[in-house]
Design a protein around this ligand. Sequence first.
Ligand code: AR6
Length: 186
Amino acid sequence: MRREHLLANGKRLILLEGDITRVPVDAIANAANSALVGGGGVDGAIHRAGGPAIMAELDRMRAAVAPLAAGQAVATSAGNLPARFVFHAVGPIWHGGGRGEAEALASCYRVCLDLAEQKGLRSISLPSISTGIYAYPIDAAAQIAIGQILDFLDRRAISVAEVWMVLFGASAFTAYEAALKTATAR
Ligand code: AR6
C-alpha cells in the first residue's frame, strides 16, 4: 500500500507499507536505543541489511555520545543499504504519556529531518519510531510523526523534497493514513 501527499510547495510525503531497508533514499532513520548497541525490530533489520560497517562506526563514537537521550539522533554511513546515511534516533519508551514521551517522539522526527537538511539531502525515510518494542500507542505516534513532517516540509525544507514514512504491516499503514487524512483535512 502507498499513499502520497503533495504539498503546495511541491514537496512530497509518501506513506509506504514495506521494509525500510529496501527503499532507496539519501538517509534512513533508525529506531535505536540510547546505548547505540543495536537490537531487534527495525534496528536489527537495518544492521543486518547494512552490514558491520554501521556498528563499527557506532563503536567508534559511542564513548563520546552514549547514552543518547530520547529525542536525539546521531548519523553514520549506511554500509550496504541503498542510502548514504543512517540517522540513529532514540525514541521514548512509553510509560503512559506523563514522562515527556510526546515531546521526545516529536524531537526524534525534527532532529532527523534537520540532519537531512543540514547535509543537503533530497530524500529521507523514517520508520514508526517507538511503536514496536517501546510500546508507544500507534495512533498517537502517527499524529505526532505526520504533524512534524508536514510542518517541516511546509516551513523549513530547502533541500529535502521527499519524506518517506515506511510502515511495517497493514495496521501501521492504516494508522498513518488516518493521521495524514486528519492532518490534511484542516
Ligand atoms: N522496516 C520498517 N519498519 C519496521 C521494520 C522494517 N524492516 N521492522 C520493524 N519495523 P521497533 P521501537 C517497525 O521495535 O519501538 C530495538 O531493539 C515496527 O513494526 O523496531 O522504537 C532498538 O534497539 C514498528 O512499527 O522500535 C531499541 O532497543 C516500528 O518499526 C528498541 O527496539 C518500530 O518498532 C526500539 O523500540
